[in-house]
Design a protein. Structure first.
Length: 381
């Protein structure tokens, strides 16, 4: 007990002094004997140092234009085979209708990811961004993960930078953080053997950051990985962030087992969710924001996460499929009043942000009209 107290106090001193935590510190904090409230208290110190008392959210929607995918990731319930009746591909008109719906609902962001369709050419993916951007130029398109960019490399044989240049020219605003899963090959090879490996994923984000394209980062936890694999993952992200400063946020993604190839695994408990949130905040001392993605955590745990290192609930979210196909029981969408209430009840000041973490101001009489205000204070902005 005393040894544990001494170790925890030493980590507490590091946190108070702004010193970096080591791999061993991270592993120590994952031990169930280390009280969750102590880990949360330390994470809160970092959270408040970086983001004060603000609790961010945005008004956004999701677009998954196809679920047909060449890959067979064991954790995925969303994907479909080419000839499976479950498979779909949206038409340009359906995609544009989603853009119109987003704008009518005051969305500032569309989060666009999907399957890697066996028969769709590179131009289909670029064109999707282009038609949406031309029709709705103020809607920020956070589109295509590093895994999709890697697929475009395969399709075109072009370098990553040239692909990102095409996409930015078409209207891409930033990249989501999906596809990171767990970087360590002991786990990655079992989850998604043929997909972009850790170095590829990181290198694509490195290229994006060098071009001034901001990106997000994620970690899929609660399946076959150990605490070591999680801390290793966080350290790899931290190292890239030291180099580029281009990550805006980190999103720990709790595994949902239903309808997946790993359906015998129990989904992570709320305690594991909160511990992972807090340890992520502590390890990733250089990434400005930590997102409690309410869709996958559940509303209650996401709200509690605001005291365990998280500063952002993500968005109102419409049309989310990836988690709901895997058994998420959260609603399909939250109203702005609901999300603001959740943040306020957690004792934080609700702030609407855009994708690039700038404050959004709205006309209360006409809430679909909005302006971007000043940048929200963060270490790398
Ligand atoms: O890469 C897939 C994960 C990710 C399951 O950038 C699953 O702001 C749990 O990346 N159980 C896509 N997770 C979602 C994503 C994301 C979400 C919200 C915000 C942002 C952002 C990014 O979802 C995939 C994979 O890691 N995933 N299936 C599942 N059954």
């Amino acid at each position: 007990m005393n040894t544990m107290r001494t170790r925890l106090d030493a980590i507490g001193n590091k946190v108070e002094n702004g010193d970096r935590l080591s791999l061993e510190d991270g592993l120590f904090l994952y031990q169930p004997e280390v009280p969750l409230n102590e880990v949360g208290r330390l994470a809160n110190v970092v959270r408040e140092r970086i983001n004060g008392n603000f609790g961010y959210y945005n008004i956004n929607t999701h677009l998954n234009a196809t679920n047909v995918c060449v890959y067979r990731c064991t954790f995925c319930a969303f994907r479909s085979d080419l000839r499976d009746p479950k498979g779909y591909v949206m038409s340009d008109d359906q995609i544009l209708a989603r853009g119109q719906e987003a704008v009518d609902n005051g969305c500032t962001e569309m989060h666009i990811v999907g399957g890697l369709h066996h028969q769709k050419p590179y131009e289909w993916y670029v064109n999707l961004v282009r038609i949406l951007h031309e029709a709705y130029p103020r809607l920020h398109l956070k589109a295509w993960t590093a895994v999709e960019i890697n697929w475009f490399e395969f399709l075109t044989k072009k370098p990553v930078q040239a692909i990102l240049e095409d996409l930015v020219e078409a209207g891409l605003g930033s990249m989501p953080g999906g596809g990171a899963e767990i970087f360590h090959p002991e786990v990655r090879d079992k989850l998604c053997e043929h997909k972009a490996d850790a170095n590829k994923w990181l290198d694509i984000h490195r290229t994006a950051h060098r071009m001034g394209v901001r990106t997000n980062s994620t970690m899929l936890y609660g399946h076959i990985e150990s605490p070591y694999h999680r801390i290793d993952h966080l350290i790899r992200l931290r190292e890239l962030q030291d180099e580029t400063g281009g990550f805006q946020t980190f999103v720990p993604l709790a595994f949902h087992p239903d309808n997946t190839g790993l359906s015998s695994i129990q989904k992570p408990s709320a305690v594991m969710d909160l511990r992972t949130m807090a340890i992520s905040r502590l390890m990733l001392d250089n990434i400005p924001h930590i997102k409690a993605y309410w869709i996958m955590l559940g509303i209650g745990t996401a709200q509690a996460a605001m005291a365990f290192g998280a500063d952002d609930l993500d968005g109102t979210v419409r049309h989310e499929l990836i988690y709901h196909d895997a058994g998420a029981t959260t609603p399909e969408c939250l109203g702005v009043d609901d999300i603001r209430r959740l943040i306020a009840e957690a004792g934080r000041e609700p702030i609407e942000r855009d994708t690039l973490y700038r404050r959004v101001a709205r006309d209360p009489q006409m809430p679909h009209l909005w302006e971007v205000g000043e940048s929200i204070l963060s270490p790398s902005s």
